[in-house]
Ligand binder design. Structure first.
Ligand SMILES: O=C(CO)[C@H](O)[C@H](O)COP(=O)(O)O
Length: 222
């Protein structure tokens, strides 16, 4: 059984006719986009925006109507994955590198639903390295500042090249250990010149739909 698919398909049940939808990124969001495409083929009317070039391509393949950001003021619902979440719906996102676009889209959505398999649910965030998006300019200095913060940063690579986000930036994957105070860490990171944003999503998710290995789906609301 594919637990990501299970959660994703359940979450797509929250999509109603006429809604403006944000499409997440990653292997769980993939299943939501596929399911939404099926419902569109059956006659559901939605307009959507995508959080990455990959999700945009997939949505177009599935026949989901995409609209430019300047033609829409906000969204009704965004469905997206996460790398880690706790029961207060604090999240780590950005494993797929799309955290900045994902955060902008989530912020402008009336509701963010997180979809995940049960392995993503943790007591406290921090096992998954926190992705921090940094500008390429003087990235060595930004990396050094992160190092001084105790982040043990690793510049993300792909095929032996520095990974570049859809926004032309780099990602520093940071190991802070258990994150006791996500809000404080979020503020500290944002105050660092060279940091564009980080993968902590706090106070954004309205609910999480979790797929379990016994075939059940649970919904967490903070
Ligand atoms: O934040 C993300 C991409 O930036 C993804 O939602 C996150 O990495 C989860 O990915 P997956 O569903 O493939 O496990």
């Amino acid at each position: 059984m594919n637990l990501k698919q299970l959660a994703a398909e359940k979450a797509v049940e929250y999509v109603k006719d006429g809604m403006r939808i944000g499409l997440g990124t990653g292997s769980t969001a993939y299943w939501a986009i596929k399911k939404l495409g099926e419902r569109v083929k059956e006659g559901l009317s939605v307009q959507a925006v995508a959080t990455s070039k990959a999700s945009e391509k997939l949505a177009l393949e599935q026949g989901i109507p995409l609209i430019p950001f300047d033609r829409i003021d906000g969204l009704d619902l965004t469905i997206d994955g996460a790398d880690e979440l706790d029961r207060g719906l604090h999240l780590i996102k950005g494993g797929g590198g799309a955290l900045l676009r994902e955060k902008i889209v989530a912020y402008h959505s009336k509701e963010l639903i997180i979809i995940a398999d049960e392995s993503k649910l943790v007591d406290k965030l921090g096992s998954f390295p926190l992705p921090v998006e940094i500008v390429p300019f003087a990235n060595e200095w930004t990396m050094a500042s992160l190092q001084e913060m105790g982040a043990k940063p690793m510049l993300r690579t792909e095929d032996e090249h520095i990974y570049v986000t859809d926004n032309g930036n780099y990602i520093a994957d940071c190991r802070f250990g258990v994150i006791e105070n996500p809000k404080e860490l979020h503020q500290t990171l944002l105050a660092l010149p060279g940091v564009v944003d980080n993968g902590l999503f706090l106070g954004l998710a309205a609910r999480a739909v979790i797929g379990h290995s016994d075939g059940t789906v649970t919904v967490i609301e903070p």
